[in-house]
Design a protein around this ligand. Structure first.
Ligand SMILES: [Zn+2]
Ligand SMILES: [Zn+2]
Length: 157
């Protein structure tokens, strides 16, 4: 886990897709553009993500904060995460679509819901499921994908 971990992370990063996408919320009031290298792609089955997405897990991609731009006024909801970090979700005040999120523990990144890019998200390849402890058996995910009971041990998204 120590020493070599950094190199493994870099190897993973280099195989991440370059994102150059623009998408809008369900009603079109908010537009989000991302242009940059994806940092991580994963799925989260925590109870909050289940509520916020309406499904069994959230599918997200992490992108550098500077690579993400939004047009239109979003509304935000802040809550304390299990890690002690503050987790902020930004959504359209008209239609409620989540357009991005962020964690106070990783201010350099934005967390983008892959479903926002509906119709243009075939590049998504999750490499882990976090909060597997609250993952429901009816919600099918790739069985070969690494699962973590809560956060990934070495790094919190
Ligand atoms: Zn909207
Ligand atoms: Zn979650």
């Amino acid at each position: 886990m120590r020493g070599g971990g950094g190199h493994a992370s870099l190897a993973i990063m280099s195989s991440m897709p370059h994102l150059d996408l623009t998408a809008s919320c369900d009603c079109g009031a908010i537009t989000l553009s991302v242009s940059g290298q994806a940092i991580s792609m994963f799925q989260c089955a925590c109870l909050n993500c289940q509520k916020a997405t309406g499904g069994g897990h959230a599918s997200v991609v992490l992108a550098p904060v500077g690579s993400v731009k939004t047009v239109g006024a979003t509304k935000s909801f802040v809550r304390a995460a299990d890690s002690g970090a503050l987790f902020t979700r930004h959504f359209c005040p008209e239609c409620g679509t989540t357009v991005m999120a962020q964690s106070s523990r990783a201010p350099a990144f934005r967390i983008l819901p892959v479903g926002l890019f509906a119709g243009q998200n075939a590049w998504f390849q999750p490499n882990q499921l976090i909060f597997a402890r609250s993952h429901a058996p009816w919600d099918l995910v790739d069985a070969a994908m690494p699962q973590h009971s809560a956060y990934r041990p070495e790094k919190t998204p």
